[in-house]
Design a protein around this ligand. Structure first.
Ligand code: KIV
Length: 271
């Protein structure tokens, strides 16, 4: 029996219930129809159409260049594939910072044009007005604290965040602000495990960690990284569940050999 037929669809409310029950939340990214279909059927609770699409789909070095139109294209493809998981879409850089009306317009476009369930936004106090305005329109928001890749040009590095006390205290304050504002979950990226555990125990909102240790309410990885499609990225937090780079390279190499050797197509592979 498939996962879809045995479990009800995941809602934001369900994630809160999972935190209360101590049931961990499994989240992965997807950016296209075929991958999202596999990820959803395998039982992932939340699918993130991450702006990491800028890196793994479009080949940009940072997530800064991806546009709202590009995110909408990816999100539409994912939503068409999903039956069970909650689909969350990243608001890309430049579509919500500094102007809450622009932020609301961006979130409304995502919701109307993709039929996804929620948006995700990077930052704490600095973007609170935008978060509140989007929430007031009835659009669920997932927060994102710690390493916030859209601010790479401000920080200049993808190193672990909030190791110093002042930054750690700001992160805790920001987590409380986002939780009190009504965010339904908060991603904690690349921060010390003890800090993530503290935040998780202090707020009722589910936390989803990436490089933030086991104390979070759930975990998220970029699908291309965990499937080993992307060989060049090996941070300590990444567990590779497959080596698809090797599998795919060997398969394509074999196809090339077969075509060149006139071994494909054979008698059974023609009309
Ligand atoms: O864009 C993304 O994939 C993300 C995850 C790393 C959390 O924001």
């Amino acid at each position: 029996m498939s996962v879809e037929s045995t479990v009800r669809a995941v809602t934001t409310y369900r994630l809160t219930e999972m935190k209360q029950r101590g049931e961990k939340i499994a989240m992965l990214t997807s950016y296209d129809y075929s991958m999202a279909k596999i990820v959803d059927a395998a039982g992932v609770d939340v699918i993130l159409v991450g702006d990491s699409a800028a890196n793994v789909m479009a080949g940009y070095e940072t997530t800064v260049p991806i546009t709202l139109d590009m995110m909408i294209y990816h999100a539409r493809s994912v939503v068409r594939a999903v039956n069970r998981a909650l689909v969350v879409v990243d608001l890309p850089f430049g579509t919500y910072q500094g102007n809450s009306k622009v932020a609301l317009d961006s979130a409304v476009r995502i919701m109307k044009e993709t039929e996804a369930d929620a948006v995700k936004m990077e930052g704490g106090e600095e973007i609170l007005e935008s978060v509140q305005r989007i929430l007031s329109a009835g659009i669920p928001v997932m927060g994102h604290l710690g390493l916030t890749p859209q601010s790479i040009h401000k920080f200049g590095t993808y190193a672990v965040r909030a190791k110093e006390e002042a930054e750690a205290e700001k992160l805790v304050r920001d987590a409380h602000l986002l939780s009190e504002a009504g965010c339904f979950a908060i991603v904690l990226e690349k921060i010390p495990a003890a800090l993530a555990t503290r935040v998780t125990s202090e707020i009722p909102t589910p936390t989803i960690g990436i490089g933030a240790g086991p104390g979070c309410d759930g975990q998220v990885l970029v699908i291309h990284d965990m499937l080993g499609i992307n060989k060049g990225f090996s941070p300590r937090f990444l567990r590779r569940y497959a080596d698809l780079h090797t599998v795919m390279t060997e398969a394509v190499g074999q196809y090339v050999q077969d075509v060149k050797a006139c071994d494909f197509p054979n008698e059974k592979e023609q009309y």
